[in-house]
Design a protein around this ligand. Sequence first.
Ligand code: SAM
Length: 288
Amino acid sequence: MTEFESESASRDPDRLRRRAGVRGDPDRDQHFLVDDRVLDRLPGYLPADADRSHVLEIGGGTGALTDRLLDVSERVTVVERDPELAAFLREEFADAVEAGRLAVIEGDALAVELPPFTACVSNLPYGVSSEIAFRLLPEGRPLVLMVQFEFGERMVAEPDTPEYGRLSVSAGHYADVELVETVPREAFDPQPRVESAVVRCTPREPTYEVEDEAFFLRFVKALFTQRRKTVRNAIRNTAHISGLADPDAVVEAVDEATLSRRPGELDPSAFAALARTARRVSDVGGGQ
Ligand SMILES: C[S@@+](CC[C@H](N)C(=O)[O-])C[C@H]1O[C@@H](n2cnc3c(N)ncnc32)[C@H](O)[C@@H]1O
């Protein structure tokens, strides 16, 4: 039992939903976790040395995960967009709110100001999981995120696989990403259409040198829009996205072995080398 755990067992997810009086609306990304074993495991996926003093949860729902997070952390902040659910969370966890251990921010996780959290554990709203993940990753904190299985697979994919793409390179730029659990549809109510996955993101510095991070990420995005083309053609065809003023100069400066490969065959350090060369020989505008 941790410092913050009470004697009582965790709140029952079904009871929480009954008390909240909501059914969960898939159109509003509401798929509540109802499997106690999954709920119990989620906080434990944080890296062992993670600072748990202020845990962020995106999408509190009816509080089944919030309850577990309060067991392991001194302080929890929940962001919940649904006003009814935000009000329910404040009421259900009134003791924790009063004790200054729980803050409920009602609003869109993509728009609200985030608190200075030390770690994040969330069952993400799947419709905006990519946007939320890329809001959280640059913060450099450990993250445990429930996402759609296919999204999780793309986050951890290696070069030369069909799943490898912009998401794999950009997530891997900020963190070591591992898929730690596959979660069946039955663990949720209402059930999502597809399986889910839990990914753990452990922050670390990139293993390669990047001089202009914004350009690197935009360049990766640009090249993957042409993943079936050669790198040569992808550089030339996507200057409007990468912002390269002189793509021909870049092609001239890069070796033939790289130019004749496909973007999906380049590992992140090869992308970084390409981006450094591009930046050296061409001006760069804003791109898309
Ligand atoms: C997948 S449910 C998870 C609920 C709860 N944490 C659980 O595990 O049962 C996602 C929650 O995020 C909320 N939500 C949807 N879009 C949101 C957004 N843009 N910002 C914040 N919360 C959002 C939904 O209302 C819902 O409560």
